[in-house]
Design a protein around this ligand. Structure first.
Ligand code: HEM
Ligand code: HEM
Length: 188
């Protein structure tokens, strides 16, 4: 039987992308904009809904194995890296609304520390770009090698067969060497 993510996991994965894109593109331009009470309230509502969705998704997905659709056995270091990237995606997606809400709280109370909160908020946005780019890049790389995990989450342009070529063989050999080295070094 082919391993695949549940319908609900796929639905959440794909419907979340427009929500994230909206959050990133509608971003507050600068602090003064928060003097508009209706904008401030909307930001608080949006950040709360965003945070709740991310947390519900995390608890729904947390016991699902990473690289679920892989055709072959996956090196445990590879699995660890994939799981870590997924966790960093969640971390950045939790930090974004949490620090946004913190900015709103500090702004409303008129107390100090807002510059630091904005700096952490901006770092969270940066972290989300980096880890999501890494995630999408790794997915396309795996699709290129025809490893099967694309099919477990992406409903279009499905892989039809396991690919074989000397380039793929070489890439797999390099990866195995790197993973074995990491395993040896960290006694993982
Ligand atoms: C905002 C953009 C994205 C975010 C936040 C995101 C996040 C995630 C997360 C957290 C997972 C782990 C499963 C889960 O907890 O749901 C996952 C799985 C996956 N994503 Fe994405 N993703 C994004 C975009 C994409 C895109 C554009 C693609 C491919 C074109 C993609 C392909 C996959 C695949 C194949 C899996 C399954 C990997 C596995 O089984 O371990 N994702 N994604
Ligand atoms: C899920 C919710 C949110 C997302 C996705 C989000 C996203 C972003 C992004 C991408 C930036 C630009 C960061 C950069 O320059 O790299 C930003 C900046 C900012 N956001 Fe948010 N934000 C959210 C919630 C909030 C909330 C609730 C507030 C406050 C009410 C807020 C206030 C600000 C402020 C003041 C800035 C900095 C503007 C400046 O550079 O002066 N954000 N946000």
């Amino acid at each position: 039987m082919v391993n695949t993510h549940t319908f609900l996991a796929k639905l959440i994965h794909w419907t979340f992308i427009p929500l994230y894109a909206y959050g990133i593109f509608k971003q507050v331009g600068d602090l003064n904009e928060l003097q508009d009470a209706s904008l401030l309230n909307f930001e608080i509502l949006f950040a709360s809904v965003f945070l709740i969705i991310v947390l519900l998704r995390y608890f729904y997905m947390k016991d699902t194995p990473a690289l679920l659709g892989a055709n072959d056995d996956v090196h445990k270091v590879h699995l660890f890296i994939a799981k870590t990237v997924h966790r960093l995606v969640y971390l950045s997606l939790i930090m974004l609304p949490t620090t946004g809400l913190l900015i709103a709280g500090l702004f409303s109370l008129g107390v100090g520390g807002i510059d630091l909160a904005i700096a952490i908020h901006e770092f969270s946005a940066f972290l989300s770009y980096v880890v999501i780019a890494l995630h999408v890049g790794a997915t396309f790389y795996s699709r290129f090698k025809g490893e099967g995990l694309w099919n477990a989450m992406v409903p279009i342009w499905q892989e039809t067969e396991k690919k074989e070529s000397s380039l793929i063989w070489k890439l797999n050999a390099i990866e195995k060497k790197v993973y074995d080295n990491i395993e040896d070094k960290f006694n993982y």
